[in-house]
Ligand binder design. Structure first.
Ligand code: NI
Length: 381
């Protein structure tokens, strides 16, 4: 079991995190962020690997042997920051409101720690500074670039505001949800509001469909199945005295299991077309396929818990989050584990007053460095 002490890096990691925090960039636009990360890596003499990515960075410490990957996401959100912090976002309407600045700094810290002991490594640690997580597109781009090739195990983290600093949430199996979107179009027949019998009212049809959709979770998914069906927007009509000819509504499905995901989607389509048809309307579903559920490998989850305990961290089994996370695309190809690192945050993810307790930075850095060493030892045995 290997342990790294990252306390000497504390001030450096805080400075890195604050620099990123003040200059947030949205998905696919992380050009300055990419340049900064490259700069910090190069300064430390860490090798930058050449993969075709517009934004994002791949770097390596160690050579040959098995390869372990550690991933950080680097993008920010279109949120107007309201923290009042001295290092708050300098860019109006953009904010690191999900703490990806924290992830980047913690993983950079792990790279710095491992660089100091590069000669002892029993293989290679590949760092994936991934763009566009918030759009759930970045992981696929990294995979398409070839940066996952040769990787035997992959690890990643998300900060967790409701877990205290010094705590880490590790769990085998599902940790975060598959996050699919839908757009439903309900075609009716427009008419005068006073003569409804001459038309087909898409608003009444939509109302019935939306109500019936709520039966999926209550009647088709078991008590422990874990699913969410949320309709979040509904548009129709132009005037108080006109029955519209169509309505459109959209929203999201969240599931933790591929079988449940398939079943929920099937039932969703049946209800939309069936209830729509019963009311004379033609209703169709367009799917916006999101990332699958994050499902942790039991062996690597167990190894991670052992590493965390050796570092003196408090290991808890977290409640799975219904949020989506494109780390799941890596886990479909390579076994690994995703964690929730305690950050004692004042607000939930994506809130304009979101923040992290920076004392968690060296903890994240030493945890990943130690885990990489332990994983390489395990893979070399
Ligand atoms: Ni996030």
């Amino acid at each position: 079991m290997s342990t790294f002490a990252a306390e000497p890096l504390f001030e450096q990691l805080v400075a890195i995190r604050r620099q990123l925090h003040a200059h947030p960039e949205l998905s696919h636009e992380e050009f300055e962020t990419t340049a900064s990360i490259r700069g910090w890596l190069s300064e430390a003499g860490i090798r930058i690997a050449d993969y075709p990515l517009r934004t994002g960075v791949v770097a390596e410490v160690g050579r040959g042997g098995p390869i372990v990957a550690i991933r950080a996401d680097i993008d920010a959100l279109p949120v107007q920051e309201e923290t009042g912090l001295p290092f708050a976002s300098r860019i109006p309407g953009k904010m690191h409101a999900c703490g990806h600045d924290f992830h980047t700094a913690a993983v950079l810290g792990a790279a710095l720690l491992l660089k100091q002991r590069e000669a002892e490594l029993k293989g290679t640690v590949r760092f994936l500074f991934q763009p566009a997580e918030e759009k759930a597109k970045g992981a696929s781009q990294v995979i398409a670039s070839g940066a996952l090739e040769g990787v035997s195990a992959i690890f990643g983290l998300h900060n967790k505001p409701d877990l205290p600093v010094g705590t880490i949430g590790i769990k085998a199996g599902p940790l975060m949800a598959a996050a699919d979107g839908f757009i439903v179009e309900v075609k009716g027949l427009g008419t005068h509001a006073a003569v409804p019998e001459a038309g087909i009212d898409p608003i009444v049809a939509s109302a019935h469909i939306i109500t019936a959709l709520q039966s999926i979770v209550s009647r088709n998914v078991g008590a422990l199945g874990g699913a969410v069906v949320s309709v979040t927007r509904l548009n129709s009509g132009t005037a108080w005295n006109v029955i519209a000819d169509q309505a459109v509504f959209d929203g999201t499905l969240r599931t933790f299991d591929e079988k449940v995901r398939t079943k929920v989607r099937e039932r969703f389509e049946q209800i939309v077309t069936g209830v729509g048809a019963a009311l004379g309307a033609e209703a169709t579903v367009r799917w916006l396929d999101g990332p699958p559920a994050v499902v942790n490998d039991p062996v690597w989850a167990e190894q991670s818990a052992a590493t965390a305990k050796a570092l003196g961290l408090q290991v808890v089994e977290p409640t799975p989050s219904p949020a989506g996370e494109d780390f799941s695309f890596y886990l479909r190809q390579v076994p690994g584990s995703f964690f929730f690192l305690g950050a004692s945050g004042p607000q939930e993810w994506h809130h304009p007053a979101f923040d992290v307790d920076e004392r968690a930075l060296p903890i994240g850095a030493s945890f990943f460095a130690s885990l990489a060493v332990d994983a390489l030892v395990r893979l070399s045995e």
